[in-house]
Design a protein around this ligand. Structure first.
Ligand SMILES: Cc1ncc(C[n+]2csc(CCOP(=O)(O)OP(=O)(O)O)c2C)c(N)n1
Length: 646
């Protein structure tokens, strides 16, 4: 089903077309753009509320600035649908997030208007500042550089690192703070309070508008007049807010707050700001989900709602006759509550992903035992380490891809200090439609090389529960190892998943199926594909053995000795990068012990794998059930042919 754009939107193929319109037509552009996003996302899915909230900003920025020469950098990029539609991708927008289709995030390869690729948060200020400084070096004084960053993304250290640097430059940088009080869940922390304080200070806002008008008038009288007004303005801000302005203290000129949905005012403010040199910040107030009632009301649910009926606002739910397996994240969430109930030392930590990780289940049941620390993965890890020094049993849940940010903290603040923090890495393996910025491809490789680290992956819900139970046990908590449990996005395989909690011996795998000719060694949920492949192969008269290793570190050496003594053909399968991953660990074991065998490794190659459904990506990389079966056949038959030739 192709979505028809409104009449005016249909004429906008590039921002050049937008800039030809008179200002009074922008309201209609906004209406049609908003409708086009609603029409598309309701049928094809994707992120929703964030893009609706920046419709006016997207139109105003492309209207006022000379993109793509002026550099527009979106933070996170989940809100950039309007930007994509205005920049030549309207007619392909229905492919958004589909395999081989448009990326759900800005992507440099996709368009010259996507000045910076993104997906992880809080990079925009640093990236735009880098561009601004490069423009200075290249003597391009008239080029503008704009970072659009949400109040959620602003909570990250990286954003502050960027501002700290920007304030010490005279770069032509405009930071647009898109403040909607929301991260995915309600935003948290002291900065949130601060922004609310500025926003609700009536006296300040009234005087500010007057100063703004004065500033506009004075700008025509040259630099010194502007400087005088600017000083008055700063003084007023400080007095009226009863404190110095945070951004001004960092040497960024602060403007706002203004209504980010008033397209008229927005364009004139941006036009004024174009003439004000140096690093500056415009504080815009917006509503996440703006213009679509249900999304305004329940902003967390409508961050990425899936398909929905745009008329009734009903989110499409698949109906099944039989009970279905739960999502791994929910098994994590409910099991954590059970563990808190058994062990009063257990706590949960999440960096801004309460609903994404299902930590919200614990937050609801035992709010005092759960901590949302904002988009601050580094802090989440070191904060967990601090609690662990005091004997708290910490489950720090971070998506595999976002844990990349906190690597030094894992090494320096946890493993070197021998602290038994438990890391639950959600979305490990291919993330699916979110694409390469979100794939959890590297965690096995980056975790297994750190001393004092156990690395495990459950093949099903029961194993996830048991690994969590094991990790918080006295035996592990009194030791000096951190404990990683990685599991994928999506559902497991056990409709009846509330199994009794039992300890798993650390470093012990299990046999799923005995067999001959080939041994398949799998780690984690992907082992279920091997079960399907084996069933297919049995129908063909082939009988591979299959072992679920459960631990990448320590490896089950006893099991591996037994495997290499019996099998000279071994297949390893992992939903993770091949370089340095689980298969590599098996090869290292072989080298160490002098085994000779033909080993084939399946996993994520040394390449950026784009977006698509998880199964499409598994297929592309050859480790879907068919790919595994094919690899087993190849191992068996190539070996036989070679034997005949010999
Ligand atoms: C480093 C990192 N951690 C977590 C996320 C997950 N995430 C995506 S959007 C989002 C909320 C962003 O909030 P904000 O910047 O205020 O933008 P809004 O959605 O409110 O427009 C989060 C936490 C991410 N993309 N990157």
């Amino acid at each position: 089903m192709l979505i028809t754009p409104g009449k005016l939107l249909a004429t906008i193929d590039t921002p050049e077309d937008l800039r030809k319109l008179s200002k009074d037509r922008l309201l209609q552009v906004c209406d049609e753009l908003r409708q086009f996003i609603i029409d598309n996302v309701s049928v094809y899915g994707g992120h929703f509320g964030a893009s609706l909230g920046v419709v006016e900003l997207s139109v105003a920025l492309h209207y006022v600035f000379n993109t793509p020469d002026d550099q527009l950098v979106w933070d996170v990029g989940h809100q950039a649908y309007g930007h994509k539609i205005l920049t030549g991708r309207r007619d392909s927008f229905h492919t958004n997030r589909f395999y081989k289709g448009l990326s759900g995030f800005p992507k440099r390869k996709e368009s010259e208007y996507d000045s910076f690729g993104v997906g992880h948060s809080s990079t925009s200020i640093s990236a735009a500042l880098g561009m601004a400084v490069a423009s200075q070096l290249q003597n391009l004084p008239n080029r503008h550089h704009i970072a659009v960053i949400g109040d959620g993304a602003m909570t990250a250290g990286l954003a502050f690192e960027g501002m700290n640097h920007a304030g010490a430059t005279n770069s032509n940088l405009l930071i647009v703070l898109n403040d909607n009080c929301m991260s995915i869940d309600p935003n948290v922390g002291a900065l949130r309070e601060y922004l609310t304080d500025i926003t609700t200070s009536h006296t300040y806002n009234k005087v500010k508008d007057e100063v703004w008008n004065l500033l506009g008038k004075m700008s025509m009288f040259g630099k010194s007049a502007q400087e005088i007004v600017s000083k008055i303005e700063t003084g007023l801000k400080a007095t009226l807010l009863h404190q110095s302005n945070l951004f001004e203290s960092l040497n960024l000129r602060y403007f706002g707050p203004i209504d980010g949905h008033d397209i008229d005012h927005l364009t004139s403010v941006l036009e004024d700001l174009k003439d004000i040199p140096g690093p500056k910040l415009l504080h815009c107030l917006t509503v996440k989900g703006k213009g679509y009632g249900p999304a305004e009301k329940d902003q967390t649910k409508w961050h990425a709602p899936g398909l929905f009926d745009k008329v009734t606002g009903e989110i499409t739910k698949k109906v099944y006759e039989a009970p279905q397996p739960p999502k791994y994240q929910d098994v994590f969430g409910y099991t954590l509550v059970e563990l808190v109930e058994r062990n009063p030392r257990v706590v949960g930590v999440t960096p801004a992903m309460p609903s994404g990780s299902s930590m919200n289940i614990l937050m609801k049941a035992y709010p005092e035992r759960a901590f949302d620390v904002g988009i601050a993965e580094q802090h989440a890890v070191t904060f967990s380490a601090g609690m662990a020094t005091q004997g708290e049993v910490v489950f720090c849940n971070i998506y595999s891809t976002f844990m990349q940010r906190a690597y030094d903290q894992v090494v320096h603040d946890v493993c070197i200090q021998e602290l038994p923090v438990i890391f639950c890495l959600d979305r490990a393996g291919f993330a699916g439609a979110d694409g390469p910025t979100h794939h959890g491809a590297y965690d096995i490789a980056y975790m297994r090389c750190i001393p004092n680290m156990i690395v495990s992956a459950p093949m099903n819900e029961q194993e996830l529960r048991n690994l969590m139970f094991t990790a918080q046990s006295e035996e592990i908590q009194s030791g000096n190892n951190a404990f990683t449990i990685r599991y994928p996005r999506g559902e497991g395989v056990m409709p009846n998943w509330r199994t009794p909690l039992e300890s798993i011996p650390v470093g012990k795998g299990r046999m799923i199926q005995d067999g001959e000719d080939v041994a398949i060694l799998t780690i984690g949920h992907i082992g279920n594909y091997a079960v399907q492949a084996s069933a297919q192969l049995r129908k063909e008269g082939l009988h591979p053995a299959h072992f679920d290793m459960r631990f990448v570190k320590p490896l089950d050496e006893e099991l591996l000795h037994a495997v290499f003594q019996r099998f000279d053909k071994v297949l390893t399968v992992e939903d993770g990068c091949l370089m340095g991953g689980f298969g590599s660990a098996v090869l290292e074991f072989m080298a160490e012990h002098g085994y000779l065998a033909r080993v084939k490794r399946l996993g994520i190659p040394d390449a950026i794998v784009e977006h698509g459904e998880q199964i499409e990506l598994h297929r592309e990389c050859g480790f879907d059930p068919d790919g595994i079966a094919r690899a087993v056949r190849e191992l068996i038959f190539t070996g036989r042919r070679q034997a005949v030739i010999a």
